[in-house]
Design a protein around this ligand. Structure first.
Ligand code: ATR
Length: 485
C-alpha cells in the first residue's frame, strides 16, 4: 500500500467517491491523475484497499472505512460522487450520506439511474438543504479512466462548484470538454438514457449491416472487419464502427475461428434501452429505431420461439447480389441513412422530454459533449451540432440541409438494401423501420384519416376536417349525416 493511502489528513479532499467497483475506481483515478485529492469509500473496505494497492501512487487519495471518516476527509461544501448499483443501493447510500452531511453539500449520482428516480431524489435532498446532481456518465471503463462524456443535471448553482472539476476529467474534442450542465433535476440522467437508446439503435444497425455482408455476400468475419475499417474512414467514422472492425478481426484462442462465430447470438440488456422506449411511449415520440433495437435483442433471446421456428419455409429467395462491391456500398449508405434517422428520433425525444419537464435542454450542446468520451461518439455529431446551432427549434434533424442531402443521396441505396434483404430472407428491422419512418414523414397523406373514421365509427371519437376547423362526428348508425361534435 502506498504511503499516500495512509494520509489521514481531514478536510483536504476536493471530491469523494463512494462505490469503488470498476467505474467508480476509474473515475476516482481520473480525478487523482488530474491533481485532485480524492477521498475513497466503499461499503466493503477490500475494494478501497485494492485500489490503493494497485494505483495509490497515481495521485493523492485519502482512505476511509466509514461514512463519517469519509465525510471528514472532504473540504466544504463537500462533493461526493456515488458510483454504486442503480436502484435500491443508490437510495441506501444517498440516505446514509444525507444523514451525515451539512446544508450546501453536494451529492452526485454517477450511476445509470432512472431519471424519474433522480427527480424524486433531488426533491428529497433539496428539502434537506442538500444539492443533488444526477450525472449521466458514458464511456465505459476506459472512458471513466481517460475521459468520459459527462451529462450532469441538478441545480445550476451546484454546477458552479462542480462543473470545472467534471469538465477537467471529461474527454475533450478540439479543446472543448465533453461535459456541460444539461438542466435541472433529472435532465442529466434523461439524456444519458436516450444516449443509451441511440447506442442500442446504432449497434442494431451495425449488426444488420454485418449480417447482410455475412449472409448476403458470404463474407468471413475478417473480410467484414476490412469493410468496417474502410467505412470508418468516411462519414461513418465512429467508435462503434471502429470497435466492430476490431471485434470481427479477433480470433478465438480456443478454436482459431473468428471469436464472433463462437459467441452465442443472444443479446442481453441492462435496461436503459427499454427505459428509453417506455419514456418515448409516454411522451408520444416515435423512436422506432430504438424500439426495434430493444425488441431485436429480446427476439434474439427468445430461445424457445426461435427453436420452434427453425425450418419454417423462406419461400422463393433471390440469388445473392451480382455486384458485391455495389451492394457493399449500398449497405454503407443504408447504414448511414438509418443512423441519421435513429439520432433524429432520439433528439426528438430529448426535445419532448425537455418540454414536458421544463428542462430547457439545448440539443446542440448535447451533440457537442457526445463528440468524445462516450460510446456513440462519432464524427457526424459535429454536423448535428451545426444543425441545431443554425436552427435551435429544428423540428427534425432529417430536414437540416446537411442531413437532408445525405438522406436524399442515400435513399436509392437504402431502398435497394431493404428490398434485397427482404428477397434474401435476411431480417433488417432497423433498416426497414428507419426507411418507413423516412417515407412516412415525407408522405403528404397518411392512412391516419381512415383510422380517425374507424374510431369515429365504433367509438364516436370524432375527427377534424381538412376544410373546416372544429371536430365532427358522423351518425354512423343513423342516417350517416355529419354533425359538429
Ligand atoms: P459494476 O457493474 O461496475 O461492478 P455495480 O454493480 O453497479 O458496479 O456497483 C457495485 C458497487 O456498488 C460496489 O462498490 C458495491 O459495494 P461492495 O464492494 O461492498 O459490494 C456497491 N454497492 C452495492 N450495493 C450497495 C449497498 N446496498 N450499499 C453500499 N454499496 C453498495
Amino acid at each position: 500500500m502506498s504511503l499516500l493511502a495512509h494520509n489521514m489528513t481531514t478536510g483536504t479532499a476536493q471530491i469523494g467517491v463512494t462505490g469503488l467497483a470498476v467505474m467508480g475506481s476509474n473515475i476516482a483515478r481520473n480525478f487523482a491523475r488530474h491533481g485532485y485529492t480524492v477521498a475513497l469509500h466503499n461499503r466493503s473496505v477490500t475494494k478501497t484497499d485494492a485500489l490503493l494497492d494497485e494505483h495509490g501512487s497515481e495521485g493523492n487519495f485519502v482512505r476511509s472505512e466509514t461514512i463519517p471518516e469519509f465525510l471528514a476527509a472532504l473540504e466544504k461544501p463537500r462533493r461526493v460522487l456515488i458510483m454504486v448499483q442503480a436502484g435500491a443501493a443508490t437510495d441506501a447510500v444517498i440516505n446514509q450520506l444525507a444523514d451525515a452531511m451539512d446544508p450546501g453539500d453536494i451529492i452526485i449520482d454517477g450511476g445509470n439511474a432512472l431519471y424519474t428516480d433522480t427527480i424524486r431524489r433531488e426533491k428529497a435532498m433539496a428539502q434537506r438543504g442538500l444539492h443533488f446532481v444526477g450525472a449521466g456518465i458514458s464511456g465505459g471503463e476506459e472512458g471513466a479512466l481517460n475521459g468520459p462524456s459527462i451529462m450532469p443535471g441538478g441545480p445550476a448553482q451546484s454546477y458552479e462548484a462542480l462543473g470545472p472539476m467534471l469538465e477537467t476529467i471529461s474527454a475533450h474534442v478540439d479543446g472543448v470538454p465533453c461535459c456541460t450542465h444539461i438542466g435541472p433535476d433529472g435532465s442529466g440522467h434523461f439524456v444519458k438514457m436516450v444516449h443509451n437508446g441511440i447506442e442500442y439503435s446504432d449497434m442494431q444497425l451495425i449488426g444488420e449491416a454485418y449480417q447482410l455482408l455475412r449472409d448476403g455476400l458470404n463474407l468471413t468475419a475478417p473480410q467484414i472487419a476490412d469493410v468496417f475499417a474502410d467505412w470508418n474512414n468516411g462519414e461513418l467514422d465512429s467508435y462503434l464502427v471502429q470497435i466492430t472492425s476490431e471485434v470481427l478481426r479477433q480470433p478465438d484462442a480456443k478454436t482459431g475461428k473468428p471469436l464472433v462465430d463462437v459467441i452465442r447470438d443472444e443479446a442481453e440488456q441492462k435496461g436503459t434501452g427499454r427505459w428509453t422506449v417506455k419514456s418515448a411511449l409516454d411522451l408520444g415520440v416515435p423512436v422506432t429505431g430504438i424500439a426495434e433495437a430493444v425488441f431485436a435483442r429480446a427476439l434474439s433471446g427468445s430461445v424457445a420461439q426461435r427453436r420452434a421456428a427453425i425450418g419454417l419455409a423462406a419461400g422463393q429467395l433471390a440469388d445473392a447480389p451480382s455486384d458485391p462491391a455495389r451492394f457493399t456500398e449500398d449497405i454503407r449508405q443504408a447504414l448511414y441513412a438509418s443512423k441519421i434517422v435513429a439520432y433524429a428520433q432520439g433528439f426528438n425525444q430529448i426535445q419532448a422530454g425537455s418540454a414536458e419537464y421544463g428542462w430547457n435542454i439545448k440539443p446542440g450542446d448535447l451533440a457537442t459533449i457526445w463528440r468524445g468520451g462516450c460510446i456513440i461518439r462519432a464524427k457526424f455529431l459535429n454536423r448535428i451540432k451545426e444543425a441545431f446551432d443554425t436552427d435551435p427549434n429544428l423540428p427534425t434533424l432529417i430536414v437540416a440541409p446537411y442531413f437532408r442531402g445525405a438522406l436524399e443521396s442515400a435513399v436509392d441505396s437504402w431502398r435497394r438494401v431493404v428490398s434485397t434483404a427482404t428477397q434474401l430472407g435476411i431480417p433488417i428491422p432497423g433498416f426497414s423501420s428507419a426507411l418507413s419512418y423516412y417515407d412516412a414523414l415525407r408522405t403528404e397523406r397518411l392512412p391516419a384519416a381512415l383510422i380517425q373514421a374507424q374510431r369515429d365509427f365504433f367509438g364516436a371519437h370524432t375527427y377534424g376536417r381538412i376544410d373546416e376547423p372544429g371536430k365532427f362526428h358522423t351518425l354512423w348508425s343513423g342516417d350517416r349525416s355529419e354533425v359538429p361534435a
